[in-house]
Design a protein around this ligand. Structure first.
Ligand code: IPM
Ligand code: MG
Length: 358
């Protein structure tokens, strides 16, 4: 039966990179038996321009009704002065919360062809294959109370709340342990338990959960040390599990190990296994409309969608192999370009990957 995909290109480079992921999916439909129906909707600044809201109820309903959501990126300087409740990012956060997408999987895998594109030494990153499991619907991103208030002395004060209940920690913990079980069986839980009570509880729950997964080796690390270890010796990690904000920061950090933030896909899953797929990079307004953005993070997000939501792991592998083949051909977008390779634009990279599917 045909599966329904809701495509949300978003803002900035979103539409450009999405067009390339759609070209790849179109070839899979035409030549490899992929049975999907694609619908489009607006999110972020694009939605705000059309309706005055970064996410409409109708779009959220359509996302709920879809088998999977494929998203580009949101945000841009044009909307930065809006009230925070109307900013493009709220559209993305509204989708995550509205769909209950609490488990965010962010794999950082180095394609060997890109070892020289990383700012780190090739021997530090070659063979890198790590998975960051980021909690996505809780923590300081969503905690109440929040806001900017006026103090008695007239000064303003900004405040946010870091909060996790045991059940929230447990459900992301189980996803992380299950993920580690299918990989190298090592899980590193990242917290700041030496300072923040909330993550002291996080550590306690992770430690308790470990009894259900005796085959997985659990370690704990403070987030400052984890950031340092990611650039010092990233291959020590197999799976990392962490809070919403720490995961946001550490995944950007991990992305540079792979050569460019433009390479990293992600999957966000809810309890029913429904998913939203997006590259981890933002809308890059500085290069939007120039046709130079790297579409690989979005194309690999579509591959994750094939694997996790569409029951088509072989097609996912086909896409990953095509990306690798095109890198073998020496094609590189500006962000991963090195002197001995051929620099191409967004469209040429996407077309080459679609052609390399087989
Ligand atoms: C990400 C992004 C988002 C986040 C922004 C755009 C709200 O940085 O997906 O990592 O902070 O989660
Ligand atoms: Mg981020």
């Amino acid at each position: 039966m045909s599966k329904k995909i809701l495509v949300l290109p978003g803002d900035g480079i979103g539409p450009e990179i999405m067009a390339q992921a759609l070209a790849v999916l179109a070839r899979l439909q035409r030549d490899f038996g992929l049975d999907i129906e694609i619908e489009h909707a607006l999110v972020g600044g694009a939605s705000y321009e059309a309706s005055g809201r970064p996410l409409t109820d109708e779009t959220l309903q359509r996302a709920r009704a879809a088998d999977a959501v494929l998203l580009g990126a949101v945000g841009g300087p044009r909307w930065e002065s809006l009230d925070i409740s109307l900013r493009p990012e709220k559209g993305l956060l509204g989708l995550r919360a509205g769909l209950g997408l609490f488990a965010n999987l962010r794999p950082a895998v180095l394609y060997p062809q890109l070892a020289a594109a990383s700012t780190l030494k090739p021997e530090v990153v070659s063979g890198l294959d790590l998975m960051i499991v980021r909690e996505l619907t809780g923590g300081i991103y969503f905690g109440q109370p929040r806001g900017i208030r006026r103090l008695d002395n007239g000064e303003r004060q900004g405040f946010n709340t870091l909060v996790y209940s045991e059940s929230e920690i447990e459900r992301i913990g189980r996803v992380a342990f299950e993920t580690a079980r299918k990989r190298g069986k090592r899980l590193c839980s990242v917290d700041k338990a030496n300072v923040l009570e909330c993550t002291e509880l996080w550590r306690e729950v992770m430690t308790r959960l470990q009894r259900d997964y005796p085959d997985v080796a659990l370690t704990h690390m403070y987030v400052d040390n984890a950031a340092m270890q990611l650039v010092r010796a990233p291959k020590q990690f197999d799976v990392m599990v962490t809070t919403n904000m720490f995961g946001d920061i550490l995944s950007d950090c991990a992305s540079m190990l792979t050569g460019s933030i433009g390479m990293l896909p992600s999957a966000s899953l809810n309890a029913a296994g429904q998913g939203m797929y997006e590259p981890i990079h933002g809308s890059a307004p500085d290069i939007a409309g120039q046709g130079i953005a790297n579409p690989i993070g979005t194309i690999l997000s579509a591959a994750m969608m094939l694997k996790y939501s569409l029951g088509a792991p072989q097609l996912a592998e086909r896409v990953e192999r095509a990306v690798s083949a095109v890198l073998d051909q020496g094609l590189r977008t500006a962000d991963i370009h090195t002197p001995d390779t051929r620099r191409v634009g967004t469209g040429e990279m996407g077309a080459a990957i679609a052609a390399a599917l087989g």
